[in-house]
Write a protein that binds this ligand. Structure first.
Ligand code: NAD
Length: 359
């Protein structure tokens, strides 16, 4: 079965190009040996794009991202570009891509591979077997709500304010995404909000409950965000899929990511209503280790697996990639971030080799 599609490859800055290279090797391997049929087209983004074209998201890069079926992005940012005006900083490219492409559903799986149980800060019995998915609303809520600002009152004191706002349509579409994802997993969805205090959360709960009527096969529960943050640390395996708003999801997904040991292991997807997606490792450009062939490429390789599953409907290829990663770990291959003191380590490219060999 051929997939046929175009993937925009946006390597970015720091370790971005190094880890992306390993992701591209996986796609090319599946093109050659499994008829994946994907065409990869490259374009600069972030600081690298600013250096070349004077803008972190040049028109040609945005045009490619819009035309492509999926986007595979490395990471952006670095000291060199920190003093630029805000609209020219590398991170602006990410925000523009999300809003221009309407990527409202951010999926962040937190999976602990059995071989890496020792890399988590939590007790093995609490985290071993962990496999949860956080679905975070990405283009609404308090990060975008108006009015916002800092005003000076008549008496000279300053007041900072933001608005947490969601309309029914926004809640309904993220709820639909989450229910569909839960259906493909263990059919349990926990909606996280603060309905005991916030009206916006009250509406959130009402709409999620309403959407749930169309998914009788998925068990829906509701949890306040303060309790959810506690439960994530106390008993994370109780969760299958969590759906939540932009702000709560930002915080909870970072907490969940640390359950699994290293940020170098965590993939993510940001999807629109038609499953077009931007896939990227959760980590940043890691300038401290860039250019040394020591970054862990597995978060990027696992992002490629998510791409095959969500955008191209190729669960078979996604599973093969995930299985190959598992096999490389089982064979003892470790980059520095996931190795214990006594384990030998390998480089970025060698980890790519190990996964390819397992494929
Ligand atoms: P970071 O994720 O880049 O690095 C945090 C720590 O984790 C560092 O010690 C780094 O060496 C390590 N690390 C990260 N990825 C790793 C990997 N694959 N393998 C091994 N170790 C890894 O976060 P930071 O240091 O706060 O930010 C660095 C730059 O990245 C900043 O400019 C920031 O704005 C940017 N950033 C970009 C994104 C993105 O592009 N999506 C996300 C976060 C941060």
């Amino acid at each position: 079965m051929s997939t046929n599609g175009t993937v925009a490859i946006l390597p970015g800055d720091g370790i971005g190009p190094e880890v992306i290279e390993q992701g591209v090797r996986i796609i090319e391997h599946l093109n050659q040996h499994s008829g994946a049929g994907l065409v990869c087209e490259r374009a600069p983004v972030g600081g690298a794009a600013y250096d070349l074209h004077g803008h972190p998201l040049p028109a040609a890069t945005l045009a490619l991202a819009k035309r492509a079926d999926a986007i595979l992005l490395g990471a952006v940012g670095g000291k060199k570009w920190e003093s630029l005006p805000r609209e020219l900083r590398p991170e602006q490219a990410l925000l523009s891509l999300r809003s221009e492409l309407n990527l409202f559903a951010n999926l962040r799986p937190a999976i602990l591979f059995p071989e890496l149980v020792a890399a988590s800060t939590l007790k093995p019995e609490v985290v071993s077997g962990l496999d949860l998915m956080i679905v975070r609303e990405l283009t609404g809520g308090i990060y975008f709500g108006q009015p916002r600002g800092i005003r000076t009152e008549a008496d000279g004191t300053r007041t900072g304010y933001n608005t947490m706002v969601y309309n029914e349509t926004e809640i309904r579409r993220i709820a639909e995404s989450a229910f569909q994802i839960a259906r493909l997993r263990n059919r349990r969805l926990c909606s996280v909000e603060k309905a005991n205090v916030l009206e916006v959360s009250e509406l959130w709960r009402e709409i999620v409950t309403d959407v749930g009527r169309s998914y009788p096969d998925v068990e829906l529960s509701h949890m306040y965000v303060d309790n959810a943050s506690m439960q994530l640390i106390k008993a994370p395996k109780q969760f299958d899929v969590i759906v939540t708003s932009n702000l709560f999801g930002d915080i909870l997904s970072d907490a969940a990511s640390m359950l699994t040991g290293s940020i170098g292991m965590l993939p993510s997807a940001s999807l629109d209503a038609k499953q077009k997606g931007m896939y990227e490792p959760v980590h940043g450009s890691a300038p401290d280790i860039a250019g040394r062939n020591i970054a862990n490429p597995l978060a990027t390789i696992l992002s490629v697996a998510m791409m095959f599953r969500s955008t191209f409907g190729r669960n078979d290829l996604a599973q093969r990639v995930e299985h190959a990663v598992r096999q490389a770990l089982a064979q003892g291959y470790r980059t520095g971030d996931i190795a214990t003191a006594s384990q030998p380590t390998i480089g970025t490219r060698e980890m790519g080799d190990a996964v390819l060999a397992a494929l």
